[in-house]
Design a protein around this ligand. Structure first.
Ligand code: ZN
Length: 189
């Protein structure tokens, strides 16, 4: 297993539509395992494949280190579809490994139902609430090209803009490896 560098705001791979996983193969399994390995030292609880530069419709969640969730997961969500969202909109301070040092309160529905395939490509359905539903919605957004900061409006948005620009210039540091946008763009062009 390997620790993969994290693509940062506003990398193209994090804005493009992700592609369906057609069939399970060794590459997908090894990607998921690498993602768990990558998330651990970064103290993450969720990670989408495009955050490590892979455009597959896949994300992982591991909240088992959080009090009250010791028996929950870990999960690999392949080709996920959130089929239902309900309940009150709850505010919670979110962060993102692709947006180091930025946190803000985001409101999301408390409950959801999600259909997906697991690492054995078996169809699964899960009903979640609380922190699990929160992380799932955040990671699911990544697969649609959405960052949590996209939800910020007005003053809140203006307050995070300097940090976002700093990240895009590759000036933001984290205690895990990052792929700065400018370097990545240089490779792609
Ligand atoms: Zn994120």
């Amino acid at each position: 297993m390997a620790i993969l560098p994290i693509y940062t705001y506003d990398a193209r791979v994090l804005r493009e539509k992700t592609r369906e996983v057609k069939k399970p193969d060794a590459a997908i399994t090894s990607l998921a395992l690498d993602m768990f390995e990558t998330m651990k030292p970064a103290s993450g609880i969720g990670l989408a494949a495009n955050q490590v530069g892979n455009g597959s419709s896949l994300f992982i969640v591991d909240v088992s280190g959080v009090e009250g969730y010791e028996e929950t997961g870990p999960f690999v969500f392949i080709n996920p579809v959130i089929t239902e969202l309900w309940g009150e909109d709850v505010g919670y301070e979110e962060g993102c490994l692709s947006i180091p040092n930025v946190r803000d309160e985001i409101f999301r529905p408390e409950w959801l139902n999600i259909r997906y395939r697991d690492l054995n490509f078996e169809e699964q359905e899960l009903q979640a609430d609380g922190l699990l539903a929160r992380v799932i919605q955040h990671e699911y957004d990544h697969l649609q090209g959405i960052f949590f900061t996209d939800y910020l409006k007005g003053l809140k948005k203006r307050l995070v803009l300097p940090s976002l620009k700093k990240i895009m210039r590759g000036e933001m540091e984290a205690d895990y490896p990052l792929v700065p946008v400018h370097r990545m763009d240089a490779v792609e062009r």
